[in-house]
Write a protein of this length. Sequence first.
Length: 312
Amino acid sequence: MSTTTATEKAPLDEVMLAMDVVDTLRHRQDLVERELLGEAREKQLIDRLREIYHQQGIEVTDAVLAEGVKALDESRFTYTPPKPGFGVSLAKLYVSRKKWGPAAIGVILLLTIGLGGYFLAYKPFQDAQVEGARVELSEKLPAQMDALYQTVFEETKVQQAATNAEALRERGKTAAAEGNRPGAEQAITQLTALRDRIRQAYQLKIVNRQDQKTGFWTFPEVNTAATNYYVVVEAVGDDGKALTLPVTNEENGQTENVAIWGVRVPESTYKAVEADKKDDGIVQRNVLGIKEYGFLDVDYVMPVLNGAVTRW
C-alpha cells in the first residue's frame, strides 16, 4: 500500500473511531458523570475510554478520544428529527407513495376520463345541439316558411290564399325570432296544409251506392223545432279515387279527416236529390260542386248551406 493511500484513509479511520467513541458513550451512560464539569469531566472520560478500548485490544490515541467526547457534547453524530412542516409532510408523503400511489393514480385516471369525456365529447355535442337549434330557428325554419309562401303565391288563383299565406309566414317568423319552436313549426304545418289545399282538384259527388244513404235529416239540439237536411258526399279526384279531407262537424266543432261526410243543404236541394234518386234508383245529377286547382273552396253547382257533419 502506498504512503499516499494510507494518508488519505487516516482521517476517515479517525472519524470512524470518534463516532465509535460517541456510540460507546451513549450506550454507557454510567461513564458520563454529569456532576463533573469542564476539563475534569473530559479527562475522566478519556481515561475510562482508553481502558475500555485497551481491554478490547484497540489502541486509540488521546486525540481521538478527546474528539469523541467533544462530539458527544456537541451532539455532532446525533440525529435530530426535523420539525413538523410542509416540507416534512411532502417528504413523508413521497416516502409512503407505494401505499397511496395506486389509489391516487386510479382517481386521477377516472377524473381524466370523466373530464375528457365531458369536454371532448359531451360538451361539444351539447354545444352542437344548441347551435343546430339556433340555426334551425334563425335560418332553416324561416327559409322553409318563405319557400311555402312563395309556392302558394305562385300557384293560387285567389288573393285570399296569398293573404292567408303571408299572415301565416309572418306569425311563424315572429315565433322563430322569439325562440318559440312549437309556434314556428305550427306555422309551417299550416302553410303546408294551405299549399296542399290549393293544389287539390276534385269533384264533390253525392254518394250513389246501395250501402250508403244519399241523404238524411235531423233535428238540431239547439232548435228542435227546425229541421236540418244533409246530402252525403265524397271527394273524387281526377284519377277516380276518393280523397280523405279534413271536415269540421258543426254539431261538436271537431275536425276529422274523413272520406264521406254530410253537407247541409236547403230543403229544396234535398227534395231535388231525393226525387232524382226515386226516378230510377240512381242520382243522375250527382255532382254537388267542383274544387279546381289553385282555388281554396268548392264551387257548388247546387244550393248548399254553411255546415257539415261527419257522423250520423
